[in-house]
Design a protein around this ligand. Structure first.
Ligand code: KG4
Ligand code: ZN
Length: 338
């Protein structure tokens, strides 16, 4: 059986075909980065319009690459949320129309479940149970995953998400949107220890995060160095990344201790960052456990992760009704077990 997955929650249109026996068959992606860069961030209305324009050609491409036709599909999965409502609707309407026309079911997928299980697209898949660290542009979550679909929240950011902190810091350093990848490049030329930024909430004995103070500390550093900012930018980027990596490591260590688990799954856009990947890999080797990541292109938004979860939910009989439902927010803990 083969399912088509459509992702359109923010600024990437992703489409993929997933086979329940052989796994991912094909995937196609269009990123709107160049379009939004001019405005310094995502413009929701432009995002929705662009998804509408891109989705049909991407569906055609994914099917062509999979050497199959629409009639060979068993269902259409789509991102139902969380995300920008207009953007979500663009993908959901396409999924609904295709499913209706083909007389097959539509499967709504939670975007964060897509991210969370994305490392299962890789050859080295994590076994259950595990602790998941989800670090994206809108979320920073630590979750205990006992089995697919059973998500227990251990901690989350009380203010900015990790990706948001990367993006805001990048903006202060003059790096164009989206800041994360640019900040990573800049930090590669920086020296560790020149700037020591705060590691917020590490003394707090829970698994929650806070990144607003870190961003303010970077702002103060840029103001202190307004005359020689160009010379210290890379060191600031490095200092920020190390503070972020330290905080994530400390909270992951705590979540692993609390749950007694030795497997850590790291997912979401920020998990593409090499410094952060290395740090969490080292943490898991020191604990004689293992860290699991998706390949970099599947850390950020993509159709493959939606098609994969769509197949799991389809096989569990969790299909949508004939109405299209999208949601801007919904906790993962509200999902049905698989
Ligand atoms: O998961 P994602 O693609 O979208 C959401 O669901 O939010 O995450 C996007 C976030 C952005 O904040 C982006 O700057 C960040 O992930 N990001 C990175 C890197 N690549 C993407 N942050 C740090 N280093 C990267 N290499
Ligand atoms: Zn995402």
């Amino acid at each position: 059986m083969r399912i088509l997955g459509i992702e359109s929650s923010c600024d990437e249109t992703g489409v993929a075909v997933y086979d329940d026996k052989t796994g991912l068959v094909s995937h196609a992606l269009h990123t709107q980065i160049a379009m939004h860069a001019e405005y310094g961030g995502v413009v929701p209305e432009l995002a929705s319009r662009d998804h509408i324009k891109r989705v049909v050609p991407l569906v055609r491409k994914a099917l062509l690459d999979a050497d199959m036709e629409l009639k060979d599909l068993c269902a259409i999965a789509y991102t139902a949320g969380p995300g920008l409502i207009g953007a979500l609707l663009s993908g959901a309407m396409e999924a609904g129309a295709l499913a209706y026309g083909l007389g097959i079911p539509c499967v709504p997928v939670h975007h964060m479940e897509g991210h969370l299980l994305a490392p299962m697209l890789e050859e080295n898949k994590p076994e259950f149970p595990f602790v998941a660290l989800l670090i994206s542009g809108g979320h920073t979550l630590l979750i205990k995953v006992s089995k697919p679909g059973v998500y227990e929240l251990l901690g989350q950011s009380v203010d900015d998400a990790a990706g948001e902190a990367f993006d805001k810091t990048a903006k202060l350093l003059g790096i164009p949107y989206p800041g994360g990848p640019g900040l990573e490049k800049l930090a590669a030329n920086g020296t560790e220890g020149v700037f020591n930024f705060p590691r917020p909430m590490i003394k707090n004995p829970n698994c929650d995060f806070s990144f607003a103070g870190l961003k303010t500390a970077v702002l103060n550093a840029t103001l202190d160095h307004k005359d020689d900012l160009e010379e210290v930018k890379a060191d600031i980027a490095k200092g920020f990344t190390i503070a972020m990596a330290d905080t994530l490591e400390i909270k992951c260590r705590r979540a692993l201790k609390q749950t007694g688990l030795k497997r850590l799954v790291v997912a979401g856009g920020v998990s593409a960052n090499t410094d952060i990947r290395n740090r969490l890999k080292d943490l898991m080797s020191s604990l004689k456990g293992e860290a699991f990541f998706a390949r970099r292109e599947f850390c950020t938004d993509n159709g493959a992760m939606i098609a994969q979860v769509g197949m799991l939910r389809f096989k569990a009989g969790q299909i949508g009704d004939s109405s299209i439902k999208v949601f801007p927010r919904r906790p993962l803990s509200e999902l049905k077990p698989l």
